[in-house]
Design a protein around this ligand. Structure first.
Ligand code: ZN
Length: 83
């Protein structure tokens, strides 16, 4: 498998400020991690272990930012770089 990119380029449109901006968004976030459940596999970094599948945080990868956002979860420290 190809190595995943570290960052994700995205264009967001914010009409209240400067119009469309191109942003560089980190590809993964340390605030969440993926457990091995089929559904609802995004776990908070404060969860050391998934109560359902038993996956442990230290053994599992960081969650992808796009998946965290599309699950409706929030991030405290999402740093976007305007490019
Ligand atoms: Zn799980």
């Amino acid at each position: 498998m190809d190595k995943e990119p570290d960052v994700l380029d995205a264009v967001i449109s914010n009409p209240d400020t400067f119009g469309a901006r191109k942003l560089r968004i980190p590809f993964t976030t340390e605030e969440y991690w993926d457990c091995e459940c089929e559904e609802d596999y995004i776990r908070s970094r404060f969860d050391r272990k998934c109560p359902k599948c038993g996956a442990r945080h230290e053994d599992q990868p960081d969650s992808r930012v796009v998946e965290v956002l599309s699950a409706g979860l929030t991030m405290n420290n999402l740093e976007c770089i305007v490019i």
